[in-house]
Design a protein around this ligand. Sequence first.
Ligand SMILES: Nc1ncnc2c1ncn2[C@@H]1O[C@H](COP(=O)(O)OP(=O)(O)OP(=O)(O)O)[C@@H](O)[C@H]1O
Ligand SMILES: [Mg+2]
Length: 390
Amino acid sequence: MDVLMSALGIRNSDGEIVKSLAVVIDITARKRTEEALQQSKRRYLNLINTLPYGIAEIDPYGKILFLNDAFCKIVGYEKEEIIKTNIWDHSLSAEEATRVKDYIDFVRKERPEPGPFISQNVKKDGSIIDVNVDWNYWFDQNGILNGYIGILTDITKQKKDEKDLINKADQLHLLAAHLQKIREEERKNMAREIHDEFGQVLSALKMNLGNIEHELNKENREDIMELVLNEIDDSKSITGHAIKTVKRLMTELRPEILDVSGLIPAAQWLVENFTGRYAIDAKFDCNVESFSLGREGNTAVFRLVQEALNNVIKHARASKVMVKINKEENYLHLEVADNGKGFDKSEMNKINSFGLIGMQERVLVLNGEMEIESENKMGTRLKVRIPIDN
Ligand SMILES: Nc1ncnc2c1ncn2[C@@H]1O[C@H](COP(=O)(O)OP(=O)(O)OP(=O)(O)O)[C@@H](O)[C@H]1O
Ligand SMILES: [Mg+2]
């Protein structure tokens, strides 16, 4: 049993103790409560210091009142070095410190919803860290603001990984744009070479055959005439066929109409050609007669229409397709809409499907936006918006 004893002596007029009074109080329960309190405090501190997250209590004005071991480890200072300092004292710069201080003032005055706050600090060894603070209010039992509890996480690596990822993505966009450009150049060179070499040779051959025919007609050699004439006819039709093939190949590589007449006639030609080749009713609508987005821009839009139409023929099972190009103030709008079977968005990222990705990359290079509206059995609508530099 624990007791608290106090005694009191009562004296007479000569100062002698004549009576004494002793009070004994049983404090066993109080002692146990105190011990239990100490025990629970130790347990709580143990728990707090074992957590991998930095935990701090700060007053309403930003002064640090309490912090755990992980907090010290994250910011790289000893407890005694940061207790009672301000939360912004080790911010990366004076501007960053002001931002943190302003935020604390704002929270104290405006009482916004608690949430995460991201900041940059300098550790004692001079290294810079990115930290995320998830904070909440800390009120006393009367509802008066005592300060805030903050949970600090070191997100330096996460931030760096994010930055690396963005850089990698930027590099991939640049690479994709570069590859598209090279591909177009190569196509153009190939078309030119086919024209210069193959096309001219075939034309010359055709001309020669015509000459032979002419000469033989003059000689009037009846005996071999029929045979030779048949051979020549045959050769002429083969050559004519080859010339047509060369022309088609050249057009497929890079249609001359795009360079000679411009984007709008080229797109119109593409749509008309499509109707001619496939049993799909393809329509073209445009609110301007001619328009240019520059050489690369024109090629990109042309290829967008081409790839969209290819997708219609490959996947849509549509009976109608509408291609619209409209110029409105600062934007060029392209829309390709079919009435086919449509598709689910998840199909867009199929392995070995690069058409839509390539289109997206082309649009990105032009600082534009691309959107696809499609649902099963509801047709597909591709919408592209490209800013026009005035
Ligand atoms: N107009 C459309 N109608 C129905 N499905 C479509 C349409 N356009 C695209 N798709 C669907 O989206 C997928 C991805 O299209 P994408 O053009 O990226 O690749 P692909 O046509 O399959 O192959 P690639 O274009 O690389 O030769 C297609 O496989 C198809 O399932
Ligand atoms: Mg495709």
